[in-house]
Design a protein around this ligand. Structure first.
Ligand code: PGA
Length: 258
């Protein structure tokens, strides 16, 4: 049975003080939660502070919001998967819509990052998803397939072993309007089946998160769907109490299914 994974993507938010307060609050609350993997992705500069403020028995993992397509060398301003591993990062988000859009990242760039992350033994969180225009034109599955093909055709289906996919419809990101859980389930099922054609056992175990305006009120209905394995949470992850409620919901749903 898959263990759900809830990741808090802080994007370009937070400061030293909010990171420390957040970690203290979350560590206290999470002590009794079993049945959900948890990671936080503050801006990279705060990862180390987050780590050093966790209690020794903390099960919160570190996640980076981005990584470079190179491992070392003359690439001013970049950070490599090796460096992230060095400071204890476990997950790395790649292909987020905001990076595809604002930084013009291509599927080829994302495939390169995926391969480097796997080489370091870290876990990529591959974001895919359609725009409103794609959805209106019934192209959701075709868009997701193309984004998955970038990995399947260059690295192969085995790359998805111990990897994470985050289905994030662009129209639901930061809009306050989460996608309908049944719609999300349908797309997650499509994603799993698409990988299954290449490798059934990998498809069965790959974690497929949903992302896009997840909050404490809509989490249960989403997590109750059989192919939704947790969430990539943006805005609602900035508040430790709300983030905890989402994690707690994921754990309760999972423990009930057991
Ligand atoms: P949101 O962001 O929860 O604020 O919609 C999700 C994401 O972009 O990962």
């Amino acid at each position: 049975m898959r263990t759900p994974l809830v990741i808090g993507n802080w994007k370009l938010n937070g400061n030293k003080h909010t990171v420390i307060t957040f970690i203290n609050r979350l560590c206290n609350k999470l002590i009794s939660v079993i049945g959900c993997d948890v990671a936080i992705a503050p801006p990279i500069i705060y990862l180390y502070i987050a780590k050093h403020n966790m209690t020794t028995n903390s099960n919160i993992m570190l996640c980076a919001q981005n990584v470079d397509t190179n491992i070392y060398g003359a690439f001013t301003g970049e950070i490599s998967a090796k460096m992230l591993k060095d400071i204890g990062v476990k997950y790395i988000i790649i292909g987020h819509y905001e990076r595809r859009y604002y930084h013009k990242e291509s599927n080829e760039d994302i495939a390169k990052k995926f391969a480097l992350i796997k080489n370091e033994g870290l876990i990529p969180v591959l974001c895919i998803g359609e725009s409103q225009t794609d959805k209106n034109a019934s192209k959701t599955e075709a868009v997701c397939a193309t984004q998955l093909d970038a990995i399947l055709n260059s690295i192969g289906a085995k790359a998805f072993e111990n990897s994470v996919i985050a289905y994030e419809p662009i129209w639901a990101i930061s809009t306050g309007e989460s996608a309908n859980p049944l719609y999300v389930q349908k797309i997650h099922n499509f994603i799993r089946n698409y990988i299954s054609v290449h490798d059934e056992s990998v498809a069965k175990q790959v974690i497929i998160q949903y992302g896009g305006s997840v909050n404490a009120n809509n989490a249960a209905e989403l997590f109750n769907q059989p192919d939704i394995d947790g969430a990539l949470v943006g805005g609602a992850s900035l508040n430790a109490e709300i983030f905890y409620q989402i994690i707690h919901t994921a754990a309760c749903v999972r423990n009930k299914k057991k």
